[in-house]
Design a protein around this ligand. Structure first.
Ligand code: GAL
Length: 386
């Protein structure tokens, strides 16, 4: 099925109707039959004009999990904005289970979804189901996370992932005074999930800045764990990050050694690290610089209380709007707006992308950034969605 087949009759290209007339002519249908058909076509067109414009167009939105706050918000915004634009939405969460996400996408295709928007769990595991989508003429937009090893992904909408890492790395550089030659400082790294390409961009953005300081000796990594294959956190799990950090503390910081900074790629990993530090009895004056990403609600509480130093705000409302714009453009047969055609090589093709801008967030600017903008409500020190 192609995208235009799923549109209500009135939205289909007019040539469909002309083609029907030509076919009828060729078959030599008698004039009275022609008149009947002409009336029928006119009636169908009138009915189509009075029908809600996009009521039949279904968009499948596959989110990875409800266990992390951001995806709940992403899913909710996508649904809200697509419905407001007149689409019907099939929204799924796959509990971080790859085979379940594949099944969810298969069901979307069976349900005649005309476009798929996918935030993958494992970017390299969707090749087969997306090959089917391609055969059916269903365009695929990778949402936030790149889908790799397939040509069946048409567009990618995300935040500038490398820049997220740059913001985190620059913060540590500035807080420790590394540019001025300060150090040595003890430093540890907790990165993201190895099956998510974003984890590589975040890590590289930060480490391209910080590695020279490790080489110069201004940053020392007592655990010796530096490369992404040893600092990654499967499924971005807070519990996994905590467990690894419990071990790092026990093995390297049990004799009063000071821990100065921890590069955490996102808020769920920062949450695990903070729990490990609390459990190990770290006091306020021993507390290290800790980075994050997403401005998750529990982490915002830690930012306000000083346990987390910063986060990177990626406004999911902006991303949802961009993706709805892409879906609209595809519906009209137009080219969706993109602003990057070089960065996101998925091993088969460079996926045309739109990169939104990530923003630094901290205790100093969160009111303007998150509260005044209507992203969260703050009540008695707790953060809530409006
Ligand atoms: C990444 C995403 C981050 C973070 C992480 C864990 O792909 O870009 O914002 O949420 O997943 O869910």
């Amino acid at each position: 099925m192609c995208f235009s087949d799923s549109l209500p009759c009135g939205d289909r290209p007019i040539c469909d109707f002309r083609q029907e007339c030509l076919n009828i002519k060729e078959k030599g249908v008698i004039p009275i039959m022609k008149r009947f058909l002409a009336v029928l076509v006119a009636m169908v067109m009138m009915l189509a004009m009075t029908a809600p414009a996009l009521a039949e167009v279904k968009v499948g939105v596959a989110m990875p999990t409800q266990s992390l706050q951001r995806w709940n918000q992403d899913g909710a915004y996508m649904k809200e904005k697509l419905e407001a634009a007149g689409y019907e939405v099939v929204l799924t969460y796959s509990d971080n289970d790859v085979s379940r996400q594949v099944a969810d996408i298969e069901n979307m295709l069976t349900a005649d979804c005309a476009v798929l928007v996918i935030a993958s769990i494992d970017g390299g595991s969707l090749g087969t189901v997306l090959a089917t989508a391609k055969e059916m003429g269903v365009p695929v937009i990778a949402y936030d996370r790149l889908i790799v090893d397939t040509d069946a992904v048409d567009y990618y909408a995300t935040f500038d992932n490398y820049q997220v890492g740059v913001i985190q790395g620059s913060f540590i550089e500035e807080k420790l005074g590394l540019k001025d030659g300060a150090g040595p400082f003890n430093f540890e790294i907790v990165a993201g999930s190895p099956d998510d390409t974003n984890a590589f961009y975040f890590y590289n953005g930060a480490m391209d800045l910080l590695k020279p300081y490790i080489e110069s000796g201004q940053l020392v990594v007592p655990s010796g764990q530096i490369d992404l294959d040893v600092v990654g956190t499967l499924a971005w799990s807070s519990a996994t990050a905590q467990e690894r950090f419990d071990n790092i503390i026990a093995a390297n910081y049990a004799q009063g050694e000071k821990l100065d900074a921890v590069l955490c790629s996102n808020d769920s990993t920062a949450f695990g690290v903070i729990t490990a530090l609390i459990n190990a009895g770290y006091s306020e004056d021993q507390w290290p610089v800790i980075t994050g990403q997403d401005c998750d609600m529990p982490n915002m509480q830690y930012i306000v209380s000083g346990k987390q130093s910063m986060s990177v705000f990626k406004d999911t409302r902006t991303l949802a709007e961009k993706v709805v714009g892409m879906v609209d453009a595809l519906k009209k047969g137009a080219e969706p707006e993109i602003n990057d055609t070089t960065t996101y090589d998925n091993n088969v093709k460079v996926v045309p992308s739109f990169l939104c801008t990530p923003v630094f967030g901290s205790a100093d600017n969160y009111v303007e950034l998150l509260i005044d903008s209507g992203y969260y409500i703050e009540e008695n020190g707790e953060f809530k969605t409006p």
